[in-house]
Design a protein around this ligand. Structure first.
Ligand code: NAP
Ligand code: GLV
Length: 328
């Protein structure tokens, strides 16, 4: 009997590829740049399973082009590039990677929060540019305290809860707004539920950890930025389009809010001439939230196990549309 054919759209670490090779013949897209939509359709045309990243659009056109496809495994927890509903209609399970990267992403959120509050990136840029002229001045480089400040978490899922856990170590007053109120987490993490406008008004730091959906697109735009404190700091580790970039630029430029730190932008990568890059009160990292080696390896292995399970016709460890198993 011929072995199943798997398509892996980006080079993975060998341990993860080995897992897939035990279940299938594997075709790995070798370039750093992703295949175009057309190339992806061509590559997927004979595939039984495909392992994707956030840069690959998995839509009806791709699924049409891949008649043998019986599993999609996404190397990420965010699925905004995958039409999960369309996959479900076709009975195709979609794997994803919860549980293995939330801590690393929360670590990065906290790095951004601390960096923005205490102006580490901004002052380091100044030092390198020869701007450290006085040994010390009582009124220079004043930032904000993190300890005992109020943190507002928007989206109390896996990442949001890990951000809360870290914030407790800094004695922060933690409030949250999320689609579904979570009383058990309120007790476990010492967080208080408030309505979204109240969170924006009360928080010294607003941290975004929601998925990108039609409801969260531009969740933070001009009216929401106007509700934040002038000393407020916005942290985004979710997806770029959750924040309206033009409104953020104007709010930072005009001192409507004090600072922002983004791990995600719209678009990605950010254009070199994007006005946001002219602002000193903004820190941007290139979507590195989960880019810590042990977590990334675990993420790759989970995505590989999901793919291999799907190819064997077994249930995946982490499936975004488990209803396909009930329908089968
Ligand atoms: P998660 O566990 O699913 O948590 C998301 C939370 O957001 C859930 O509590 C969810 O509520 C809530 N939510 C959904 N829609 C909402 C809305 N309209 N308003 C308010 N809250 C809403 O996901 P996660 O693992 O924490 O990841 C969150 C997102 O972070 C991912 O989808 C991905 O886009 C992004 N991410 C980024 C990086 C990075 O490298 N920067 C790394 C990993 C993930 P319910 O409880 O009702 O579902
Ligand atoms: C990364 O952005 C993820 O969604 O896992």
């Amino acid at each position: 009997m011929s072995r199943p054919q798997a398509l892996v759209t980006r080079t993975l670490l060998p341990d993860a590829l080995d897992i897939i090779r035990q279940a299938a013949d594997v075709d790995v897209w070798p370039d750093e740049w992703p295949p175009t939509a057309e190339e992806l359709r061509r590559l997927a045309s004979g595939a039984d399973g495909i392992l994707t990243t956030i840069m690959d659009r998995v839509d009806g056109a791709l699924l049409d082009a891949a008649p043998n496809l019986r599993v999609v495994s996404q190397l990420a927890v965010g699925l905004d590039n995958v039409d999960v509903a369309e996959a479900t209609r076709r009975g195709i399970p979609v794997g994803y990677t919860p549980g293995v990267l939330a801590k690393s992403t929360a670590d990065l959120a906290f790095a951004l929060l601390l960096g923005a509050a205490r102006r580490t990136v901004e002052s380091e840029r100044a030092v390198r540019a020869g701007g450290w002229e006085l040994q010390f001045h009582p009124t220079h480089w004043l930032g904000q305290d993190v300890h005992e400040a109020c943190l507002g978490i928007v989206g109390l899922g896996q990442i949001g809860r890990e951000i809360a856990r870290r914030a407790r170590g800094f004695d922060m007053d933690i409030i949250y707004y999320s689609r579904t109120r979570n009383p058990a987490a309120e007790v476990e993490y010492g967080v208080r539920y408030v309505a979204f406008p109240a969170l924006l008004a009360e928080a010294d730091f607003v941290a975004l950890s929601v998925p990108l959906t039609p409801e969260t697109h531009h969740l933070i735009s001009r009216p929401q930025l106007e509700m934040m404190k002038p000393s407020g700091i916005l942290i985004n580790v979710s997806r770029g389009p959750v924040v309206d970039p033009r409104a953020l630029y104007e709010a930072l430029r005009d001192g409507q809010i004090a600072r922002a730190a983004l791990d995600v932008t719209a678009p990605e990568p950010i254009a070199p001439d994007d006005p946001l890059l002219t602002l000193e009160n903004l820190v941007i990292t290139p979507h590195i939230g989960s880019a810590a080696l042990p977590s990334r390896l675990n993420t790759m292995k989970l995505a590989a196990r999901n793919l291999a399970a799907g190819l064997r016709g077994e249930p995946m460890e982490a499936c975004a549309n488990p209803e396909v198993y009930e329908a089968a």
